[in-house]
Design a protein around this ligand. Structure first.
Ligand SMILES: [Zn+2]
Length: 356
């Protein structure tokens, strides 16, 4: 991999709190930043620390309804009121909290800075770990996500006439991004995730393939619980490179949630840093400009090690063994057979539903 790699950083991206007991802890990003700093990553020749900016109202409204944005502005100032019609609930997945609009403008703007640096050619790739909030819908907060920064980035790139390949490797289905581009062929969405039969948001089956001009341009690979590195790498290699090469995008946008990790408390996939190294190396091996975002990730040490490793891969720097899982889970016997056959089936269904 060659060319410079941006890392969007400001401690303010890691300072908001959804709720004290909430699993999404933005301060997890400090561990990534501090690990990379300790390893000397930001002193590498290609490293670029990028400062985020606030997204504008017009950028947010590329994807979200103005009335929804008004509701978030109000919830941000007065979080004690009832915003349930907008998907917010005090004890639910996505609570209203003081300052949520401002925090979300900054995380979204951080993804937009990553996009701008990549499209200008100043860097080959840029990573915003605070972004990747892929569940937010046009008029509804969902699954810890308020403004859908990956959809906003893809939409703005599509508006500039670019063909966008969006690849979502979070454990959860990238439902909000899929919904935003369900009827267009200008954004190809590919989501590899734990099946909706066992995990939120309950969608992401192969037959959700897009509609109208978008038919065949929403791709879903619904993986069984307990998918391990071996099955995942096989599924990824069979589905993603062929589809992306067939599509010939102008730009790659990736959502790199690491709640797929075997230590993650919220999901049932069993990936390690090794499968992720394989996948992120492939992203880097493509010829496309690449906008990279974070996403889920609720085991803080898995987040710290994996995203640190992934930024080092973007830099083309060596990976210290301390970042890798030493003993990743590996299925055997009848569990091996069952997971392999279910992942192969998921890939067959996804490819059969894809554009040709
Ligand atoms: Zn997730």
């Amino acid at each position: 991999m060659s060319g410079a790699a941006g890392f969007v950083w400001d401690p303010r991206l890691a300072s908001h709190v959804y709720r004290e007991d909430h699993p999404l802890k933005p301060w997890r990003l400090r561990g990534v930043h501090d690990t990379l700093e300790r390893l000397g990553a930001f002193a590498q020749p290609g490293a670029r620390l990028l400062a985020p900016r606030d997204a504008t109202r017009a950028e947010i409204e590329r994807v979200h309804d103005p009335a929804y944005v008004d509701a978030i502005v109000q919830a941000s100032a007065r979080p004690g009121l009832d915003y349930s019609e907008w998907g917010l609930a005090k004890w639910g997945d996505t609570p209203p909290f003081q300052g949520m609009h401002e925090a979300s403008l900054l995380t979204t703007g951080a993804s937009l800075v990553a996009m701008e640096e990549v499209i200008s050619g100043r860097v080959r790739v840029a990573f915003n770990g605070s972004g990747g909030l892929h569940h937010a819908m046009r008029r509804r907060a969902s699954g810890f996500c308020i403004y859908n920064d990956p959809a906003i980035v893809c939409g703005i790139l599509a508006d500039r006439g670019m063909r966008v390949a969006y690849i979502d490797i979070d454990a959860h289905h990238g439902d909000g991004v899929q919904a935003a581009f369900y009827e267009t062929d200008q954004v190809l969405t590919i989501s590899l995730h734990e099946t909706g039969r066992t995990l939120f948001p309950g969608t992401g089956f192969a037959d959700e393939r897009g509609a109208g001009k978008g038919a065949g341009y929403s791709i879903n690979v619904a993986l069984p619980p307990y998918t391990d590195d071996s099955a995942y790498v096989r599924a990824f290699d069979a589905a993603v490179p062929p589809l992306v090469e067939r599509y010939r995008p102008d730009v790659l946008v990736t959502q790199q949630g690491i709640d797929t990790h075997f230590a993650d408390p919220l999901t049932h996939l069993q990936l390690s840093t090794h499968a992720r190294q394989h996948v992120v190396r492939w992203f880097g091996s493509t010829p496309y400009p690449w906008v990279a975002m974070g996403g889920g990730g609720y085991d803080l040490d898995a987040v710290r090690r994996t995203w640190s490793m992934e930024y080092l891969l973007m830099l083309g720097a060596p990976i210290p063994p301390e970042l890798h899982d030493q003993h990743p889970p590996l299925l055997s016997g009848s569990n091996r057979t069952a997971v392999d056959s279910a992942t192969d089936q998921a890939v067959r269904e996804a490819l059969a539903a894809a554009f040709s």
